[in-house]
Design a protein around this ligand. Structure first.
Ligand code: FES
Length: 214
C-alpha cells in the first residue's frame, strides 16, 4: 500500500474502509494467482512501480510463471499500449528476478503449454503444521499442510535452481544450502538475503490424494 493510502486509511477509516471492502469483495470468486495478475495489470496501467513490485511478487508466489506475466501484459495491450508495456518490462528487468532471465524464459516458452496433474502425496501422510519433502514424477516438492489447506512448492531454489534437500528444513524455515537464502514454507516468502519467493505449484485434493499440476 502507498504511504498516501496508508495515511488516508488512518485519517478517514470510515470512508476508506468501503473502498477496501469493495476491492476485497470484487475479487472473491477469483483464485489468488488471477487476482494478483489483474493487480499487476492495474499497477502497470497507473504506472505505480512500487505496486508493480508488490503484486508481481505475489503473483509469482501464487504460482504464476514469467511467461504468464508477459502474456497478461501483451493481452492488455489495447488498454495499456506499447509504452506502458515497455515501462513494465523495464521495471521487471530491474528487479533481476531469476524467472525473467532470458535463459529461464527460453526453456519456459519451449515447454508445452498444457500440463497435467501428478499424484504428490496421500493427505493421511501429511500432518497438520508440518512440511514434507517428496519426489513426484521426477520433480522435487515441498508440501506444507495447514489443517485442510496445502501449499506445494518446487524444491528448486528461485535464486539459482539448487535442488533444496529435506535437511535444509528446520521447523517452517527452509534454507538453501548454496547461498543461504531462507524461506518460510507457510507463505513461500523469502525471509533472508534474497527477494524471490519459492515457486508455488497449483494443487488440489481428490479423495485423499494431493495432486499437483505442472
Ligand atoms: S541457489 Fe539457493 S540461495 Fe543461491
Amino acid at each position: 500500500m502507498s504511504d498516501a493510502l496508508d495515511y488516508l486509511l488512518k485519517a478517514r477509516p470510515e470512508a476508506l474502509g468501503h473502498y477496501f471492502a469493495f476491492l476485497k469483495d470484487a475479487g472473491k470468486h477469483l483464485d489468488p494467482k488471477t487476482k494478483n495478475l489483474i493487480s499487476v495489470i492495474t499497477k502497470v496501467h497507473s504506472q505505480t512501480e512500487r505496486g508493480l513490485h508488490q503484486y508481481l511478487r505475489r503473483a509469482l508466489r501464487e504460482g504464476c510463471t514469467a511467461v504468464e506475466v508477459l502474456d497478461a501484459l501483451l493481452m492488455a495491450f489495447p488498454a495499456l499500449g506499447l509504452a506502458k508495456i515497455i515501462w513494465a518490462v523495464d521495471v521487471i528487468l530491474e528487479m533481476k528476478l531469476p524467472e525473467f532471465q532470458p535463459q529461464a524464459l527460453t526453456s519456459l516458452s519451449a515447454a508445452p503449454a498444457a500440463g497435467q496433474w501428478h499424484f504428490a502425496a496421500a493427505t493421511k501422510d501429511l500432518k497438520d503444521g508440518e512440511t514434507l519433502r517428496t519426489e513426484c514424477d521426477g520433480r522435487g516438492l515441498f508440501v506444507y499442510r495447514q489443517k485442510t489447506s496445502y501449499r506445494v512448492y518446487d524444491s528448486r531454489c528461485p535464486h539459482q535452481s539448487t535442488d533444496i534437500p529435506e535437511l535444509a528444513l528446520k521447523g517452517s524455515t527452509l534454507t538453501c544450502p548454496k547461498h543461504r537464502w531462507a524461506f518460510d514454507v507457510k507463505s513461500g516468502d523469502c525471509i533472508r538475503l534474497g527477494n524471490t519467493p519459492l515457486q508455488r505449484i497449483e494443487s488440489k485434493v481428490v479423495k485423499g490424494r494431493l495432486m499437483a499440476f505442472w
